[in-house]
Design a protein around this ligand. Sequence first.
Ligand code: HEM
Ligand SMILES: *[C@@H]1O[C@H](CO)[C@@H](O)[C@H](O)[C@H]1NC(C)=O
Ligand SMILES: *[C@@H]1O[C@H](CO)[C@@H](O)[C@H](O)[C@H]1NC(C)=O
Ligand SMILES: *[C@@H]1O[C@H](CO)[C@@H](O)[C@H](O)[C@H]1NC(C)=O
Ligand SMILES: *[C@@H]1O[C@H](CO)[C@@H](O)[C@H](O)[C@H]1NC(C)=O
Length: 342
Amino acid sequence: MGTAFTCSTHLYAHQFLQLLMLLLLLPLRNVSDMHVKAQLSSSFYETSCPTVATVVEDVVRQAVEAEARMAASLLRLHFHDCFVHGCDGSVLLDDTATVIGEKTAPPNNNSIRGLEVVDEIKSAVEAVCYGTVSCADILALAAKASVVQVGGPSWMVLLGRRDATSPATIAEVSAALPSPFSDMPTIISSFAALGLNVEDTVALSGGHTIGQARCVTFKPRLYNFSGTGAPDPTIDPDFLASLQGTCPEDGDANTLQSLDVTTPDTFDIGYYNNLQINKGLLLSDQELISDGNTTSLAALYASNESAFFLAFAQSMVNMGNISPLTGSDGEIRLNCHVINSA
Ligand code: HEM
Ligand SMILES: *[C@@H]1O[C@H](CO)[C@@H](O)[C@H](O)[C@H]1NC(C)=O
Ligand SMILES: *[C@@H]1O[C@H](CO)[C@@H](O)[C@H](O)[C@H]1NC(C)=O
Ligand SMILES: *[C@@H]1O[C@H](CO)[C@@H](O)[C@H](O)[C@H]1NC(C)=O
Ligand SMILES: *[C@@H]1O[C@H](CO)[C@@H](O)[C@H](O)[C@H]1NC(C)=O
């Protein structure tokens, strides 16, 4: 009797502790776990291609030394790959006569860059580990190597993605990729649709601390904001004048402007500091400081580089976890431009 009592008390205590731990751990679990089919792993190529990360880093270093903007272009490729149909290398597939796919969909056409560097990386990787490393994993490794190369944080890249055998359609690309003209609730919901939360949204927007954007992506803010016939009243007046000089109303839509106007080639908190003084370039950037869900995180990252770097690294892992093909799904493409059976 006494023993049974002690035993069941012990059991209760044990179960109670388990429940308590579960409750404590639940909020820490990232929602993007729900989208993971099988677990990616940082040691995936440990025996099959132990030098893959070094090979990628070497090519990225040379490319970024030759042109600083390449770091930005490679980071964005991984983002565009992951947001459309998951991180499956589909953004790299060339259009065929029958399929007009991701590469030429409006957000990518005349916009994504770095494809020739990805080809260089793929050749270098194939030379040491033939038919082993996916194009999707190359994009994930190149994104991290790029961020590190321009002064940003490092993180453990999870690997084991396989490549898609078909591109996404234009409609799927436009539906999945956030628009620079969207307000913050719309941006937040496009991240949420992929299992990424508000913190991921604010941290990953910090990718705009490097790289360039074409006039066409922010021109309405300069001349006819939301159909008002006037500029966006929130833009800093000096910054507005400078942007109007770079992008005249009837000027070239493809003229480039730095996303981070102060330190465009360095991965730092310049982007968030510019937002604080109304010098954000895209509407989707500037709204981070005025939306109630994002104001305080944007202010935190503007004041604390370690907080931003930690959050960005974690959110890159979360983004890299979006719907990967694993196991025997998909394939290891030999040429990132075409599926193997083509
Ligand atoms: C929050 C939603 C986002 C919107 C609306 C957005 C929109 C844009 C736009 C319009 C451009 C310029 C494209 C052009 O001129 O053709 C751009 C560039 C860029 N984006 Fe984003 N983006 C977003 C999120 C992200 C994320 C999550 C990352 C990566 C973590 C990222 C990284 C970049 C980089 C690095 C560039 C510059 C690329 C280069 O210079 O080649 N963006 N983005
Ligand atoms: C992509 O851009 C080129 C011109 O640069 C244009 O001819 C082509 O129609 C565009 N493709 C799509 C699918 O919009
Ligand atoms: C501004 O845009 C609105 C709707 O988009 C349009 O009706 C209006 O004519 C434009 N105004 C100017 C001054 O271009
Ligand atoms: C956060 O976003 C949700 C959904 O758009 C909205 O209902 C809520 O009011 C926002 N909270 C704040 C503090 O702005
Ligand atoms: C900055 O953020 C880091 C990481 O979250 C934290 O450890 C540190 O205490 C913060 N520093 C300040 C001054 O708040």
